[in-house]
Design a protein around this ligand. Structure first.
Ligand code: ATP
Ligand code: MG
Length: 370
């Protein structure tokens, strides 16, 4: 590419702002409450101060949905609709479609040389996913490979921070290891240089930090697993008010009566903290006190109050998403994706060129025709 980062169309100040990168995999038509409290809330704040990159991991969706490409496409569009509905702003940040950024795939291969195979297979996030998604032992080679690919998703944009839920902590750790190793092996950064100083010491990659959301791991409606797109245990941001209440009503805690002292750590109490405590901490504390004391308050009552506050939170998002469920809305989404692809490739190509130079495979910059 001949374009320098300071002429990035993202805006004139983007080159001076520190970067963040995070993203979602299009394994479902939209996002859920876990995404909101685990990552989206942070993204909304951070996009005001950081040069922000939000990535749709549509290539990684093939790890579990390889036989359903049409579904992955529809999910991709659905997730961008939710991003817009929540308030992620493509004029302030860059939306990145993974499949259209070739530098990511190229970095993946080089990074795969820096991580021992056994370490990938011991990654606790992968292990949990294999178990909860029932992948058994017949998952494709590309499934564990996605953990390496995610290092490239992140490092291609050389961010300082990665706003994610707690389930991603192991992946970010792996990404930090890759950055450290690359900088040490190829950029002459000494082993004793602290992670924070790698970029200053000549490393291509700043060593990024995870930024975990207000609720690190929101439990799903099953009360056991984390809320997940793929596990059928989620309240989606576009669910209508009745569906939200119906889903809440199905939660079981095992509590028998309004006078039985309830478990302060159960899923209902977690949701009270997450969705009532955020706007009305006194009410959340009162509900918790009465619930744990068995002070004449039933699960049904808690569920009704939760339904009200969750619906109040997501109503504006639902309305904005509904406005995008039109041919014009669809066209807007495609436009936003195309614009993002152009902006994303400027930065990712620059990173790839820097990395190739250090790897000894730099033979002149190429130009992509985006
Ligand atoms: P899948 O079931 O396909 O893995 P998912 O629901 O886990 O989907 P991802 O696209 O994998 O969603 O995750 C997107 C982001 O949302 C990540 O940063 C992840 O940590 C965060 N996240 C997902 N679920 C939760 C949750 N229940 N609580 C907090 N953060 C979450
Ligand atoms: Mg996930």
């Amino acid at each position: 590419m001949t374009t320098s980062p300071s002429s990035s169309p993202s805006d004139s100040s983007s080159a001076n702002r520190p970067r963040i990168l995070t993203g979602d995999t299009p394994t479902s038509t939209g996002l859920h409450l876990g995404h909101y409290v685990g990552s989206l809330e942070n993204r909304l704040k951070l996009q005001e101060q950081y040069d922000s990159y939000f990535l749709i991991a549509n290539v990684h969706a093939f790890t579990t949905l390889a036989d359903k490409p049409a579904e992955i496409r529809a999910n991709t569009i659905g997730i961008v609709k939710d991003w817009l509905a929540v308030g992620l702003d493509p004029t302030k940040s860059t939306f990145v479609l993974q499949s259209e950024v070739p530098a990511i795939a190229e970095l993946t291969f080089f990074f795969a040389m820096l991580i021992p195979f056994n370490k990938v297979m011991r990654n606790p996030t992968l292990k949990t996913e294999i178990e909860t998604k029932g992948l058994g032992d017949s998952y494709p080679f590309g499934f564990p490979m996605y953990a390496v690919g995610q290092c490239a998703d992140i490092l291609a944009f050389r961010p300082e921070l990665v706003p994610v839920g707690e389930d991603q902590a192991a992946h970010i750790e792996m990404c930090r290891d890759v950055a450290l190793k690359f900088n040490q092996m190829y950029c002459g950064v000494g082993n004793r240089i602290p992670a924070d100083e790698h970029a200053k010491a000549g490393g291509v990659f700043p060593v990024p930090k995870a930024k975990i959301g207000r609720i690190a791991r929101l439990a799903g409606l099953d009360g056991v697993n984390k809320m997940s797109k793929s596990l059928g245990n989620a309240i989606f941001l576009y669910d209508d008010a009745k569906t939200v209440q119906k889903k809440l009503n199905k939660i079981t805690t095992g509590r028998q009566s309004p006078t039985e002292p309830g478990d302060g750590n159960n899923i209902l109490m977690q949701y009270v903290d997450a969705f009532i405590g955020n706007t009305n901490p006194e009410r959340a504390a009162e509900l918790r006190r009465r619930y744990t004391a068995g002070d004449n308050i039933g699960d049904g009552h808690i569920k009704a109050e939760l339904g009200e506050s969750i619906n109040a939170l997501i109503e504006p998002m639902r309305q904005r998403r509904a406005r995008l469920e039109t041919p014009e809305g669809e066209a807007e989404v495609i436009r936003v994706i195309r614009d993002g692809v152009k902006k994303a490739n400027i930065v990712a190509e620059e990173t790839l060129a820097m990395a190739k130079e250090k790897l000894g495979v730099g033979f002149g910059r190429r130009t992509l025709g985006f």
